[in-house]
Design a protein around this ligand. Structure first.
Ligand code: ZN
Ligand code: FE
Length: 257
């Protein structure tokens, strides 16, 4: 399974999963149809699945047009998103499994950004590979999604599920927000040397218009303030020793940043 990252809208990423042996493809969160149709044509691939993480327009905006061109494609999304995702046929819950290209992904229920948000985790296929997590707007490189429909407690629980995955896991998040996220991170975790190093790397990458997605979970654990609610630096920035309150206050500060 090959993963292609496609640019969409202003700062969205769409991920196209391609199986060269069957020349079939699946797409994660098609913000719009055009870049997906172009890539499918280039590969000569047939679209068989749309994996949506949540109902926001910049994640499902391409569903209908893709279905017109590939009516047999199956649309997957969260059970609690029933009625909010165009063309949805499969309603997924925590622990459900979906298949593509001989790989099986596990569904994580990760409410917080929205009340119905899910993520798709493909564990390593063999020992020399890494797992792939498609997490929509839950975890970002250096940040996390805003809480539109969920509570801080739900989001900490959701991010906790992600944090428990293997460190080598690649994080395919849906937006290029990394530079701004790390600028904020430095305001609450400024003595973190790993964070300082990462910021410098990301700054250079963005100056050269390179993408910073996917990132690696182990790097997120060391540098992303929204996975560090139990670190003393973040707790003192938040003036709290409670993990959920620490997360909530840091999230509130980011909302104002
Ligand atoms: Zn969203
Ligand atoms: Fe989004």
């Amino acid at each position: 399974m090959q993963v292609y990252r496609l640019n969409a809208l202003f700062d969205n990423y769409i991920f196209l999963l391609y199986d060269s042996t069957t020349q079939t493809a699946a797409v994660v969160d098609p913000a719009e149809a055009e870049p997906v149709l172009l890539k499918l044509a280039e590969l000569g691939a047939e679209l068989v699945a749309i994996f949506n993480t949540h109902h926001h327009g910049d994640h499902v905006g391409g569903n209908s047009r893709l279905l017109k061109r590939f009516p047999q494609a199956v649309v997957y999304g969260g059970d609690e998103d029933r009625g909010r995702i165009p063309g949805q046929q499969v309603f997924l819950q925590e622990g459900d499994r979906v298949e593509f290209a001989g790989r099986t992904a596990e569904v994580l229920f990760v409410p917080g950004h929205t009340r119905a948000h899910i993520a798709y985790y493909f564990p390593p296929f063999n020992p020399d590979q890494v797992g792939e997590l498609f997490c929509g707007d839950t975890l970002f490189a250096g940040g996390c999604g805003r809480l539109f429909e969920g509570t801080p407690k739900q989001m900490v629980n959701s991010l906790g599920k992600i944090r428990a995955l293997p460190d080598q896991t690649r994080i395919w998040c849906a937006h290029e927000y990394t530079l701004n996220n790390l600028q904020f991170a430095l305001t609450v975790d400024g003595h973190n040397v790993d964070l300082q190093t990462r910021f410098a790397q990301v700054k250079t990458a963005r100056q050269q218009q390179e993408a910073t997605v996917p990132s690696i979970l182990g790097v997120e654990k060391q540098t992303n303030p929204f996975l560090r609610w139990d670190q003393s630096a973040l707790q003192s920035a938040a003036k709290s020793q409670d993990p959920v309150q620490t997360f909530a206050r840091i999230r509130g500060m980011k909302d104002q940043f």
